[in-house]
Write a protein that binds this ligand. Structure first.
Ligand SMILES: Cc1cc2nc3c(=O)[nH]c(=O)nc-3n(C[C@H](O)[C@H](O)[C@H](O)COP(=O)(O)O)c2cc1C
Length: 188
């Protein structure tokens, strides 16, 4: 897949197969994400990989899926992610690491897509519970995380103009993700 296909085919995946992810692949994602752009090159992000079964199963209790669909598109326990990559930072050293995290998160999403994995970047999470579960030092705050696994299902996109941007499920259970058209987003 070339870079344009990777970018346009990347979709948020919320349901996964039971195939495990090699730890070395997750570490490879972090190895490359750490090279992402960084404001003032401060490189504030610290990463934590949760891939042990006990951790992954516990974290699953503390994340919320597809808010617009109010539970209708949440993975079952069998469909849960098989790993998480946490984006951590130290509040003492930086006030807003979010732009850096955006760049790193997207880089991992594309690498994961390239490797046949699906991802869901998640902000609707119970931060304190996840930090405690992973036994992470209280010097770090948790911004957001990426859930990862091999995808079960393929969401589709459709161009919209100024219409409702809420994603929805069709009668076959396929997730449709409206995207504003080029005319809408490119100011001329
Ligand atoms: C900062 C951020 C936080 C998100 N948090 C969640 C979340 O907590 N739960 C969830 O199911 N999806 C979450 N998403 C995924 C979005 O719902 C998804 O990106 C959006 O619907 C567009 O779909 P697409 O990624 O397939 O293009 C988040 C996305 C971003 C960028």
């Amino acid at each position: 897949m070339n870079i344009y296909e990777l970018q346009s085919k990347r979709r948020t995946i919320r349901k996964f197969t039971d195939k495990q992810i090699d730890y070395s692949l997750l570490e490879k994602f972090v190895e490359h994400a750490r090279l992402s752009a960084s404001g003032r090159n401060l490189q504030p992000i610290r990463y934590y990989i949760a891939s042990k079964v006990e951790l992954v199963d516990e974290i699953f209790k503390y994340v919320s899926w597809a808010g617009y669909l109010k539970g209708a598109h949440s993975p079952s326990f069998e469909e849960r992610p098989r790993a998480y990559i946490l984006f951590l930072y130290n509040e003492q050293t930086i006030t807003n690491p979010r732009w850096d995290i955006g760049a790193a998160s997207h880089a991992i999403q594309l690498m994961a897509q390239y490797e046949g994995l699906g991802t869901c970047w998640m902000g609707a999470i119970q931060r304190d519970k996840i930090l405690k579960t992973c036994n992470i030092s209280n010097e770090y705050s948790l911004d957001s995380l990426l859930a990862l696994g091999y995808p079960a299902g393929s969401p589709v996109i459709e161009d919209v103009h100024n219409e409702d941007i809420k994603y929805y499920l069709d009668e076959n259970g396929v997730l449709h993700v409206p995207k504003l058209s080029l005319d809408e987003v490119l100011i001329k």
